[in-house]
Design a protein around this ligand. Structure first.
Ligand code: SF4
Length: 373
């Protein structure tokens, strides 16, 4: 009897222990399940982020395609409009485009860069002035004279009632973005993770930071972050693009499909003013575009060396006086140069595509015969 009772007590004591063990096991199961759910949630989060990025990319690509088509349409219409009031067929497309854009957007005041750009701008500003638009002239001194440039900048600030202190404050803000653009440029030719078009697009947009520096900086941040995770591009031919931005909507993509990539956009890079100079007058003195060709040749020469360029594309706009500089570029540089001339915005025409393809093939052969990788 005693034994039976002791056994019963033992059994009764064992019940809570077994129960506790069961509870512990259940807790462990719950813990493991929770961890699994956590992991699954993390996977879902990563996947959602990826899908988000792919969607963003898709939206950007679609917008880019729509934008290009709109651009072609708008430019065709605006050129026709300018020609209808008497602009000659042999006036460059930029001038006719600016004229029509000023009218379309009912611009009330314009800054006309008369000195350092071209005489077409002077005539254009006089036409706009005759139509009631207020014109503020700005002249880059041809001989890079510091005192003359300072006077021009101060005059511009006075015209818009902006104090010099405010000018310097704004410069400081923009310098932060310029630094990032310099990084983007380095990521194009050193780390090789930025395409020729992306480089062109962001640098050319820095001429006015898309009218909204904060928004522009955010877009730039996204590109810098995303491109940092890309594998390096491995094209066979590295190109420099010289001259004003082209009217071709697919130049960079075409070149990349041929195994070549633009790793230096000369004038676009100048727009970004990547010099890291404290003084604003010195910054605008260093800018190569508005002065004599000497500064541009020096800048291009450095890029040829530092960016290991295999060839240069010199783009000029139809009827533009800058086409004459082609002579000096060919005199100065020994590497192959292809000169392109464009007129109206749109995709590359068949003849230009063949010229590009031949040029890229010649550069590839040249590299191979020199035993370069
Ligand atoms: S493309 Fe040439 S001609 Fe036309 S506005 Fe520019 S500098 Fe002047």
């Amino acid at each position: 009897m005693v034994v039976t009772h002791t056994q019963k007590v033992k059994e009764q004591l064992l019940v809570p222990i077994v129960h506790t063990q069961k509870v512990v096991i259940r807790l462990q199961v719950v813990f493991i399940l929770t961890q699994r759910v956590d992991k699954q949630q993390r996977v879902v989060k990563v996947l959602t982020q990826r899908v988000d990025k792919q969607l963003q990319m898709l939206i950007i690509l679609t917008l880019r395609a729509i934008f290009q088509q709109l651009l072609i349409l708008v430019h065709t219409l605006t050129q026709k409009e300018a020609e209808a009031i008497g602009f000659g067929h042999n006036v460059c497309a930029w001038i006719k485009g600016i004229y029509s854009a000023a009218n379309h957007h009912r611009v009330e005041k314009i800054i006309a860069v008369a000195g350092g750009d071209c005489s077409n701008t002077i005539a254009l500003s006089e036409i706009l002035s005759s139509e009631g638009i207020e014109v503020v002239s700005f002249n880059f001194p041809h001989r890079r004279n510091r005192a003359a440039l300072k006077a021009e900048l101060e005059n511009l600030a006075r015209t818009f009632s902006v104090s010099w202190k405010r000018v310097l404050e704004e410069k400081e803000k923009l310098d932060r973005i310029r630094k990032k653009l310099k990084k983007l440029d380095r990521m194009t030719y050193q780390e090789n993770v930025i395409s020729g078009f992306e480089n062109h697009f962001f640098l050319v947009s820095s001429s006015d930071f898309e009218s909204d520096p904060n928004c522009f900086e955010q877009k730039l941040n996204v590109l810098l972050e995303d491109s940092g995770k890309r594998p390096p591009l491995e094209e066979e031919v590295r190109l420099g693009y010289l001259g004003v931005p082209s009217v071709y909507t697919d130049l960079y993509d075409r070149l990349e499909s041929m195994g070549a990539r633009v790793v230096f956009n000369e004038v676009q890079r100048q727009f970004s003013m990547p010099y890291g100079i404290q003084d604003i007058v010195d910054q605008y003195l260093r800018y190569t575009y508005p002065y004599s060709i000497g500064g541009r040749l020096e800048d291009i020469g450095l890029a040829v060396h530092n960016r290991h360029l295999d060839g240069l594309i010199h783009y000029t706009q139809n009827f533009c006086f800058r086409q004459i500089y082609d002579i000096l570029m060919r005199k100065r540089f020994s590497l192959p140069i292809l000169t392109l001339e464009g007129d109206r915005p749109g995709p590359i025409d068949g003849r230009t595509a063949i010229r590009l393809e031949t040029f890229v093939e010649i550069l590839k052969d040249r590299k191979r015969s020199q035993g370069k990788p």
